[in-house]
Write a protein that binds this ligand. Structure first.
Ligand code: NDP
Length: 308
């Protein structure tokens, strides 16, 4: 198998990966960045980004990622398409295999593989993704001002997103498959105290309905078999995220949900020379700007490690 030595290898091309690339290339560490399965990351599945500082008029998610990529390239980051299919962190340099065909040996590794929102898996949900179907109320809620929307899920995220959306939208339906909410009591109370949230317990989504303009409704089925259609323009999933850490299980310390554990306030994992940035280590904030900030932290930690 072909082998190549690199100084800094960055895996992932969301805001965390590109920010780490901008910083490490400006520090002359000649980073190589592999884009992974979803070049540009989760922001390429959203429409407009209005909450990233520096874009007063908002920016299309794809455009923002293209800009970050260009900025990383400008300072010499070697950006490549390809997916890391194996990783061996037991020895230095770290060894990873790209697309099953090429081995890279890296002195330092920055993991920015992100997380993926879970979806229900309905074909109609896939069809309207980005046209009314979203997995991020903070990102997309603003586009549904004064409209009716639904949130699926019964955890803290679903309750938080439902209350957030209730402050913008006319009516919010919270679709919960069980007869109770899993969220903390305080969060549940907030939902029950919000007059424009209707909690639909024991309901599952059969289909997301829509036309050329996007989502127009959802067909729901209650556990007792009765069906109901709700008229909505936005369908928000809040049923959890998967961190993309399968490659590192058994090697890096992960939390119970599979997120990479880092030393508090840093990007350092339990293996010296391996750093984590962005959603792959952050189950809480999951914002483009926080991911970018953590990419910067990883680059600075990495630079200090290589100087030692
Ligand atoms: P959770 O795993 O806690 O909740 C997921 C919810 O989605 C559950 O209600 C689950 O239902 C439901 N669900 C899962 N799959 C399906 C499906 N196929 N169809 C319908 N419903 C489904 O995820 P969260 O993202 O809410 O939270 C993740 C972690 O982050 C938690 O530890 C949470 O406490 C924490 N968090 C804390 C916040 C805070 O403190 N402010 C804010 C947000 C998150 P069921 O209950 O039936 O399994």
């Amino acid at each position: 198998m072909e082998t190549e030595n690199v100084k800094v290898l960055i895996i992932g091309s969301g805001p965390a990966g590109y920010t780490a690339a901008i910083y490490t290339s400006r520090a002359n560490l000649q980073p190589v960045l592999y884009e992974g399965i979803e070049p540009g990351g989760q922001l390429t599945t959203t429409t407009e980004v209005e909450n990233f500082p520096g874009y007063p008029d908002g920016v299309d998610g794809n455009q923002m990622m293209a800009d970050m990529r260009r900025q990383a390239e400008r300072f010499g980051t070697d950006i490549r398409s390809g997916v890391i299919t194996q990783a061996d962190l037991s020895q230095r340099p770290f060894r990873v295999v790209v697309d099953g065909t090429k081995e890279l040996r890296a002195e330092a590794l920055i993991i920015a593989t992100g997380a993926s929102a879970k979806y229900l898996g309905l074909p109609s949900e896939t069809k309207f993704r980005g046209q009314g179907v979203s997995a991020c109320a903070t990102c997309d809620g603003f586009f549904y001002r004064k409209k009716d929307v639904a949130v699926v899920g019964g955890g803290d995220t679903a309750c938080e997103e439902a209350t957030y959306l209730a402050s913008l939208c006319r009516q919010v339906y919270l679709i919960v498959r069980k007869p109770f909410l899993r969220a903390s009591k305080a969060m549940q109370q907030r939902v029950f105290d919000t007059p424009n949230i209707e909690v639909l317990f024991e309901h599952n989504t059969v289909e997301v309905l829509g036309d050329d303009s996007g989502v127009t409704g959802a067909l729901l089925r209650k556990t007792d078999g009765t069906e109901r259609t709700i008229d909505i323009s936005g369908f928000f999933l809040a049923i959890g995220h998967h961190p993309n850490t399968e490659l590192f299980a058994g090697q890096l310390e992960l939390d119970a949900e599979g997120y990479i554990r880092t030393e508090p306030g840093t990007s350092k994992t339990n293996i010296e020379g391996v750093f984590a940035a962005g959603d792959v280590k952050d189950p809480h904030y999951r914002q483009a700007v926080t991911a970018a900030g953590s990419g910067c932290i990883a680059a600075l930690d990495c630079e200090r490690f290589l100087l030692k």
